[in-house]
Ligand binder design. Structure first.
Ligand code: FES
Length: 580
């Protein structure tokens, strides 16, 4: 364990400020805690470890986290700590509307203020579904006490008629097959029943799996933790180990900001490219950096892309699923292959460096995880585009796109929001062909609101029936990490604040050139100026409550979609006096 200052003031644990004082406050803190049945021997003189649990029956991906918390508690008790589990608001991709991203910052506030205001010396974050992971880490970053993340793990691979099917890459694929008339309604129902067959988060390299891998690459998860299936006993063993380890971190005072440094963030970006991870990770990593006062420009993701090989052959970009990734060696095997690109001296929650953590890591299945000298591609997965259509940037997952559409010029077909899209996309009279560039606007952080995962626009049914399998699609939305296609996302500034996307009209020529990292609207400036002067912002959607706060304070995608007032960190309450 690295030699670091003790957690708390004057060498005292933070929790001692609550439990060791002899005044009325100390009496109240101890007495009310004893109402739960514990004695002085249980908590006096021991580090208090919070277990921040995003368990919820509304969030199927996290529904097993209560059980995982018990394993963490066991580890905390073994190591001499005192565990206290607490709930936070949770965010479930499949049921929460319009999008969990609208509430990521709300959950981050819940996590931050819970850690800030209670007498915790360390915290274990239990996360699973897509946004529960970044929201928890953002909140913990601003509170900044010793922190370990235990992710819930992926579901077992889906299986249908002998085929492995992944959530939700194969939802999109088979939905297109259904719309094209190539599978029946009965088969569609069979797929529904065969895909999600255990606890855990989506088991493609979607956003939840990506964020789990990225969290491990940051050094916030114990090595190998990201890929263990949710229902594998080794996930509980890892949770128990994390419980023991957080006590060590709390005693050493190794805080989250000691681990999530610029170097750790660069390691995470390298792994993001090597696994061909979700575009959503870009937004979340920028948000972490904003909490910790670290410069992490969008452009850096592109700079690190070209020199990072794509190694992991998982859906949606590749063939396999997370269970295969676990058996193949998981994140340590990937990091071992790109070790020469990593900051190996970065410290992690093991108290050891990345170099020590990945020493001896092996690839156990070279089809699923390629070696660095036999990559799926020499370059990484996610590129940043700029040009007249996206002055502040846009992102594209090139590994999941038809290569023919990476250099392309076509005419715009514009949809003014998700309802317009839904109403017209399957109209047999829709004017489009294989060269069409579909454009969706009013889907950004403010316009959505919450930047929903609408960016994977459905290909018009008449084109699907004609055999078209990919189409260039552009929006200010996000896309599910499980989606694929020639999809340009996160166009910034978004249309709702008057970005160029707001000015596109049907038939406008649009050109993409990924090799040059360009995305341009080929319309004369005087014509754009005419349209700009006639443009009016969309009517505000929310006048009260949290959503009003969101509309007023959310930042654009290239700044991480955090609230402007949440960037930075203020630490935790250390003065436990309420009464005199
Ligand atoms: Fe929760 Fe996919 S719905 S991770």
């Amino acid at each position: 364990m690295r030699n670091v200052p003790a957690n708390g003031q004057n060498g005292r644990r933070r929790s001692e400020e609550w439990f060791e004082r002899r005044d009325l406050d100390g009496f109240l803190h101890r007495s009310w805690l004893k109402a739960t049945g514990v004695t002085d021997q249980t908590f006096r003189g021991r580090p208090v470890i919070g277990i921040c649990n995003s368990w919820s029956e509304l969030v199927n991906c996290n529904v097993h986290l209560r059980g995982l918390a018990e394993s963490v508690k066991r580890g905390v008790l073994q190591a001499g700590g005192f565990p206290l589990e607490f709930p936070v608001v949770s965010l479930g991709e499949s049921l929460m509307k319009p999008t969990t991203m609208l509430y990521r910052n709300l959950m981050a506030m819940d996590v931050e203020e819970s850690i800030r205001s209670y007498p915790l010396d360390g915290v274990v974050l239990l996360t699973g579904c897509d946004k529960t992971n970044p929201a928890s880490i953002m909140g913990a970053a601003s509170a900044d006490i010793p922190t370990i993340v235990v992710t819930g793990g992926p579901m077992l691979n889906g299986r249908w008629r002998g085929r492995e099917i992944g959530s939700c890459s194969d939802c999109w694929h088979y939905h297109e097959e259904l719309r094209a008339g190539r599978i029946t309604e009965a088969e569609w129902t069979e797929i529904e029943n065969s895909m999600s067959r255990s606890n855990g988060h989506c088991m493609t390299m979607g956003t939840a799996s990506t964020m789990a891998c990225v969290t491990e690459a940051l050094g916030l998860t114990l090595p190998g933790g990201a890929a263990i299936p949710a229902v594998d006993a080794r996930r509980h063993q890892l949770a128990e180990q994390a419980g023991r380890q957080i006590v060590q971190l709390a005693d050493a005072g190794l805080r989250l900001s000691d681990i999530v440094t610029r170097e750790a963030l660069e390691n995470a970006i390298r792994v993001l490219h090597a696994i061909s991870g979700s575009t959503n990770a870009i937004i979340h990593l920028i948000a972490y950096a904003g909490r910790l006062g670290i410069e992490l420009p969008l452009q850096l993701f592109d700079e690190l892309c070209a020199s990072t090989p794509w190694l992991v052959d998982l859906k949606p970009a590749g063939r396999y699923l997370m269970e295969d990734f676990f058996y193949a060696g998981g994140v340590p095997a990937v990091m071992g292959q790109i070790a020469d690109l990593l900051h190996l001296d970065a410290v992690t929650v093991t108290g050891e460096t990345v170099r020590e953590n990945i020493a001896g890591a092996e690839i156990l299945n070279g089809d699923v995880i390629r070696s660095a000298d036999n990559p799926l591609d020499e370059g990484g997965a996610l590129v940043v585009l700029r040009g007249s259509l996206c002055p502040d940037g846009a992102v594209m997952k090139i590994t999941a796109a038809d290569p023919a559409l990476l250099q392309h010029e076509g005419r715009a077909l514009v949809f003014d929001g998700i309802h317009d899209l839904a109403a017209r996309v399957d109209d047999p009279e829709l004017e489009c062909d294989a060269s069409t560039v579909m454009v969706l606007r009013n889907a950004g952080p403010i316009g959505g609101p919450g930047m929903p995962e609408w960016g994977h626009l459905p290909i018009p049914a008449k084109l699907l029936r004609g055999g078209v399998t990919d189409l260039l699609r552009i929006s200010d939305a996000r896309m599910s990490g499980t989606s694929y296609g020639a999809v340009v996302l996160h166009v910034t500034p978004e249309s709702a604040v008057g970005g160029p996307l707001a000015l596109v009209e049907d038939g406008d020529p649009i050109r993409i050139d990924v090799s040059e990292r360009r995305l341009d609207l080929l319309v004369e400036e005087d014509e754009l100026e005419r349209r700009r002067s006639a443009w009016e912002p969309p009517a505000r959607q929310d006048e009260r409550g949290y959503r009003s706060l969101h509309a007023e304070h959310v930042l654009q995608a290239n700044e991480g979609c955090d609230f402007d007032f949440l960037r930075g960190k203020t630490g935790v309450v250390r003065d436990a006096v309420t009464y005199l």
